[in-house]
Write a protein that binds this ligand. Sequence first.
Ligand SMILES: Nc1ncnc2c1ncn2[C@@H]1O[C@H](COP(=O)(O)OP(=O)(O)OP(=O)(O)O)[C@@H](O)[C@H]1O
Length: 516
Amino acid sequence: MEVAQKRVAHLPWMRNPLDIDQFEERPLDRVSCLDPRLKEALRKMQIESLFPVQLAVWLETIGPGGFERDICVNSPTGSGKTLAYALPIVQSLSTRKIRCLRALVVLPTRDLALQVKEVFEAIAPAVGLTVGSAVGQSSIADEISALIKRPRSERYSSLDPEYQAQIEPETSVDILVATPGRLMDHITMTKGFSLEHLRFLVVDETDRLLREAYQSWLPTVLQLTSSTNQDLFSRENSTISMPRSLTTIRRSGVERGFKGRCYPRLMKIILSATLTQDPSKLSQLELHHPILLTSGMKRYRLPEKLQSFKLICKSKLKPLCLVALLEELKGEKCIVFTSSVESTHRLSTLLSFFGDLPFQFSEYSRLQRQSVRSKTLKAFREGTIQVLIATDAMTRGMDVEGITNVINYDMPSYVKTYIHRAGRTARAGLSGSCFTLLRKHEMKRFDSMLQKAENNTCTLRTVPSQTINGLLTVYSNALEKLKEKVESETARRKYGGGFKSTAKLSSRKKVTDEGE
Ligand SMILES: Nc1ncnc2c1ncn2[C@@H]1O[C@H](COP(=O)(O)OP(=O)(O)OP(=O)(O)O)[C@@H](O)[C@H]1O
């Protein structure tokens, strides 16, 4: 039996983490200090108890930990990380009297941000809080009118009307869920958008968000929320060029001092199923006495009830192996991951020429417009589409009820990608299967990649050769039609068609499509 090796983290505070596994699921009635209104809201969501990661974070925030330290969570996909931060934030803000932006949650993609917003929306109104989003789903003007309001005039009725006219608009939501790009748009351009009162910053899918600068959103947010004179001084000498309009000084009243400091500290929660341990990346977050909450001895862990399978097939026969496997899965909800937007488009186009397949499928990648993607995702959630052919845009965080299978049509290049892809199934303690189609030469690399994760057993699986043989004629016709289609898309592009085709993308480098 393999003994799990504990990899020593570089950062001292990461070497003695709090083990999430020591906690057990706890019924809501036994969760100390939980606001009864939130308990009721959770029950409406069919939630009767807190998962271990949720209880662990609760104890470090609302419980004895009292939000004294910044929190870093590394726990498996589907373990309930969203509610782990949403619940303590909402409970902490529930006593606030004045509406202003106090919690900011940043996520790498729009669909993910909207999903997280839904979780907040299910609990925050119960304690009178409002939730907004800055994700670019609607026009910037619509977003501004949903986020920014003029203060109610009766609050200032005793003031001179001339002075009243000068009162700045202010943020009208307590909690904002945002993608970095749109967040920066509001920070730089939206009058009245202020982070002055921010108390909580959540960086979900941290390793993904730290991988790119995204217009320097993180240093900008940290500077705008820093509170000491020292910070103001260093802002002047900063290498980040701040827009002239960004002169907000964090000057909110004393809410909760920290070790003698009169300004409220910005509390940070960072999370991922594959949290980075890279000191240079983590240092960007300027964490305050961080505590690491993690499950398992290895850095990466697959969900307990996930079964992994590998299918060995020749390159040429991969589409047939896929169809045979999908036929065996009999219309169960399934995501098929490819390595790029081009492969996703090509594979779904090819399958569309197979004729009558016993499942409905659709393409999902950033090759499509957001409106098309949202429609596809809705159909997939509702079950009118059972198979989604997707890029890694679907890899992180997406939570779709009833996905029982994930298929890696193209082997992922990194164990992190495997973890996130496989994690679209076997969520919230349910079972699920992850199949990976491999060519012979990929087997060794795949096996050693899986060794990096706990619960990594992978069983060899086959599909009946008579199914494959029975599909050969249809396949060769479909390949012919695919060729014609690619040619026509190339021509359309050449003569100015607006459609983003595979042909257009083929002239560029391969687009792997993770994050926006
Ligand atoms: N206490 C709970 N009881 C029952 N279901 C829960 C509970 N908490 C969360 N869930 C459900 O578990 C699923 C996974 O939760 P969530 O999306 O927060 O996982 P995650 O850890 O963020 O996963 P990922 O790493 O993939 O983003 C969701 O469908 C959510 O509704």
